[in-house]
Design a protein around this ligand. Structure first.
Ligand code: URA
Length: 249
């Protein structure tokens, strides 16, 4: 990374309240693809179709009931490589839900979404930005989940049929929590929820809608971990401030 990029990256982390930086230990010269986080591309050549509307959620649906219905899921091929199913984490009555794409290696090992490098950045962004904006908020106060609950092999983008099958549970989670706002992290989650076909750069920063709930699209934290995305880092921070003030002011 060039010195100027490094400085801007460090300034960005400082601005969002990041105090500790972790370095991924490297075993060889090249990074192993199986431990790479999913990476969000800002522009997509061909957008996958939106998730089809699911059947109506049972009345009085709850997160434990949804988890029970998922069970030892074998509805799609993703279960084959699964270590742990990653349902979601956080406050079942959260006014704000973050939706990512799908578990990576760390999440698959622990059964908890966003605990790897991208997850640590997300946590620091949520807590650091909230603190800076005078909002008392911890990661545990929001709810965090993904479009698909099992890790796609090699962190590939989930296939449309996988998102459609698993999407019914995401929809039920969102309906059960009924947050004040949703933040879709990255283009895959954004397209799955909104049906829009654009890339994340076109969709981010504006209020969209998911069944009457305001939805903000922002960059996936994996994308922000790349060294050369200074504008995206600044924009992600602006998006998050907008969401936090809307929900918590
Ligand atoms: N990326 C995601 O989209 N979700 C996770 O849980 C972790 C990384």
């Amino acid at each position: 990374m060039k010195p100027d990029d490094l400085r801007r990256t460090l300034e960005f982390y400082r601005d969002i309240g990041v105090k500790t930086l972790y370095r991924q230990p490297r075993t060889g010269k090249t990074r192993q693809p199986e431990i790479a986080e999913p990476v969000e591309q800002p522009v997509v050549a061909e957008a996958p179709p939106a998730i089809q509307l699911p059947t109506l959620a049972p009345t009085g649906d709850t997160l434990p009931r949804i988890l029970e219905d998922i069970g030892d899921c074998r509805r799609c091929r993703l279960h084959e490589g699964r270590n742990k199913l990653v349902f979601g984490v956080g406050n079942a009555r959260a006014p704000l839900v973050f939706v990512g794409e799908g578990p990576g290696a760390d999440e698959d090992a622990q059964g908890i979404p966003f605990v790897g490098r991208a997850g640590q950045l997300l946590t620091q962004m949520i807590e650091g930005t909230a603190k800076k904006e005078g909002i008392e908020l911890l990661r545990a106060d929001v709810y965090i989940c993904n479009v698909v609950k099992c890790r796609p092999p090699g962190n590939r983008t989930p296939e449309p049929d996988e998102m459609e099958i698993c999407g019914q549970f995401l929809y039920r989670q969102l309906l059960a929590i009924a947050p004040k706002a949703i933040c879709a992290l990255g283009g895959t989650a954004a397209r799955a929820l909104t049906g829009h076909k654009e890339g994340v750069t076109k969709m981010r920063g504006k209020w969209l809608d998911w069944r009457g709930i305001p939805l903000m699209v922002s960059y996936h934290p994996s994308y922000l971990l790349r060294p050369y995305n200074q504008d995206a880092k600044r924009e992600a921070w602006e998006d998050l401030k907008k969401v936090l003030h809307f929900v918590y002011d």
